[in-house]
Design a protein around this ligand. Structure first.
Ligand code: KG4
Length: 338
């Protein structure tokens, strides 16, 4: 079964053709990074306009690369939540038009489910159930993936997402957007013990995360130094902050594995799963805990439509369909089955 998948939840316009949820026949991503860079972050209005400009060409390219026409496609999958509402609406409305015009079924896909499904492409043998740490720009979650469309959230961030905190710290350190990527590079030459940032935990909820206090601590360190006309070592602050964030991610994942000894597989997902420190620490954790580790390939960590096609296949098999009244949602729990 061939699915044409569309993704426009943030600053990447993407289209892909995916066969049976696992084989990527084509994947095209038009990134807007250069456009948003000069503002230091994503400008939602610009993102929506750029999606509108790119979506036709990106979709045509994906079909051409897969050597097929719309008539050879069996279903159209689209990210409908969560994300920037104006950006999501571009993909959703375009997909609705394609579905109406072609008569092909429309399959709405949750963006975080799609990030998890990136692993089905990288690891053709991976099947639920497994424990998944989802770390993206807007979300940080520990999830039990009971089945392809059955999720139980064990822990979530109470405030900022890890990616968001990394981006804000990077910006304060003068690194360009998207900050997490540059922080990863700069931190490699820094001393992670140079600054003692707090190690946050949420009382009574050992699997929940909180990154806003840690983010404030790094911003205060930078601003205090600026006020005193002192210079901070960007690599040292970056490395200390990154390691504090990764400590929290690693600790909660360890606790989740201890609380769920029936889970023998650990999966990492989301844009921050490209981070070199996180990958190494989760690799070592999986070894210590004797669980099988699955990491998404680097090209599938960030937003793309191949992962939407992978999850779309399983949503299709579960009977999920979108009608012409399908709407985009800026926020939606991963567990929700609409
Ligand atoms: O999953 P994603 O592409 O967007 C959402 O769906 O939210 O994640 C984007 C986030 C940004 O915060 C970006 O800075 C971060 O992923 N990111 C990284 C790295 N690559 C991307 N953070 C740390 N290290 C990286 N190598």
């Amino acid at each position: 079964m061939k699915i044409l998948a569309l993704e426009s939840s943030c600053d990447e316009t993407a289209a892909a053709v995916v066969e049976n949820g696992r084989t990527v026949l084509s994947s095209v991503v038009a990134t807007q990074i250069e456009e948003h860079k000069r503002f230091g972050g994503v400008v939602p209005e610009i993102a929506s306009r750029m999606h509108t400009e790119s979506i036709c060409a990106v979709t045509e390219q994906a079909l051409a690369d897969a050597d097929c026409t719309l008539s050879q496609i069996d279903a159209i999958a689209v990210t409908y939540a969560p994300g920037l509402i104006g950006a999501l609406l571009v993909g959703v409305n375009y997909a609705k038009g394609l579905s109406l015009g072609s008569g092909k079924p429309l399959v709405p896909v949750h963006h975080l489910r799609a990030h998890i499904a990136a692993n089905y492409i990288t690891h053709p043998d991976l099947e639920p159930p497994f424990l998944c740490l989802v770390v993206s720009g807007g979300n940080t979650l520990l999830v039990l993936v009971r089945d392809y469309t059955d999720f139980e959230v064990l822990g979530r961030t109470r405030d900022d997402a890890a990616g968001e905190a990394l981006d804000k710290a990077a910006r304060a350190l003068g690194l360009s957007y998207p900050g997490g990527v540059h922080l990863d590079r700069v931190a490699q030459s820094g001393d992670p013990k140079a600054y003692a940032f707090p190690h946050p935990h949420v009382d009574g909820s050992p699997l929940d995360f909180s990154f806003s206090g840690l983010k404030t601590a790094v911003l205060n360190t930078i601003h205090t130094a600026e006020n005193r006309r002192q210079t901070v070592s960007v690599p040292d602050v970056g490395a200390s902050f990154l390691h504090a964030v990764v400590d929290a991610l690693e600790n909660n994942t360890r606790t989740a594995l201890l609380m769920h000894p029936e889970m023998h597989k650990l999966v990492l997902a989301g844009g921050v799963s490209a981070n070199s420190v996180l990958r190494e620490r989760i690799f070592n954790l999986a070894k210590q805990m004797h669980v099988q580790l699955y990491l998404p390939e680097l090209s599938l960590c960030g937003d793309n439509a191949a992962m939407v096609g992978a999850q779309g296949y399983y949503e299709y098999l579960a009977g999920k369909r979108g009608t012409m009244s399908l709407n985009a949602c800026a926020s939606m729990p991963i567990e929700e089955n609409v």
